[in-house]
Design a protein around this ligand. Structure first.
Ligand SMILES: [Zn+2]
Length: 216
């Protein structure tokens, strides 16, 4: 079983790399489909790859089949194979970092890839060395979409700080309630449940929202 998983993962990585680098080897796709089928993992795409003669499948068709096979196998590329996901996550951290001074946190935080975890994910390390990765770290699959990456990061940072200090942050000054990182209208926001729910501020613009309300 362990050997099968290692083989499958190696083949999945080869196929994924081939697709990304536009040099897909059809034999790798066939080998992956056979490995999956051997372990009773069956789908239309897997069967089609196994049953057809690869010489008669056009490159475009093979590309489409390979994506479907990876999808059917539940393959998720990590930060090593899809470094753009890490780029998206780092960009999200730069946005939420603008909110951290309202919690008294100074300095530039960093994304820390947690290689020893399975699956491999990412946490945050503050400038003073404190690690924020409580309640589950950020998985690569959360980082395709910038809004999802930013929302996931807001939730993880907020829950880690709460666990670490037992102090709720951020707080809506109008309702005196703790607000939560949420996705709303396609944006990552700090959401307050008071008065039927309202947005306190987009993530990254908390200091402006709090300053504005204090002045009022
Ligand atoms: Zn409120």
């Amino acid at each position: 079983m362990a050997e099968h998983e290692a083989n499958t993962e190696q083949l999945e990585r080869r196929v994924y790399r081939g697709l990304r680098e536009d040099n897909l080897d059809p034999q790798h796709v066939v080998a992956l489909a056979c490995e999956l089928l051997d372990w009773f993992h069956c789908s239309d795409a897997i069967l089609e790859v196994v049953e057809r003669n690869p010489a008669e499948v056009s490159p475009a068709e093979m590309t489409a089949l390979a994506w479907r096979v990876l999808d059917d196998a539940g393959f998720e590329p990590g930060f090593d194979l899809a470094p753009e996901r890490l780029v998206t996550l780092r960009a999200a951290l730069r946005i939420i970092a603008r909110d951290l001074p309202t919690r008294g946190i100074q300095g530039e935080p960093e994304i820390e890839v947690l290689e020893d975890w399975f699956p491999v994910g990412a946490g945050v390390r503050l400038a003073d060395g404190e690690r924020l990765n409580w309640g589950g770290h950020i998985l690569p699959s959360m980082c395709d979409d910038p809004t999802m990456a930013l929302t996931s990061l807001a939730i993880m940072i907020q829950e880690s700080l709460l666990e670490w200090t037992w102090r709720v942050w951020p707080v809506c000054p109008r309702h005196d309630l703790g607000v939560h990182g949420s996705e709303w209208n396609g944006a990552a926001v700090w959401w307050c449940a008071g008065d039927g729910g309202h947005m306190l501020a987009p993530v990254g613009e908390l200091s402006r929202a709090l300053g504005f309300r204090r002045r009022k």
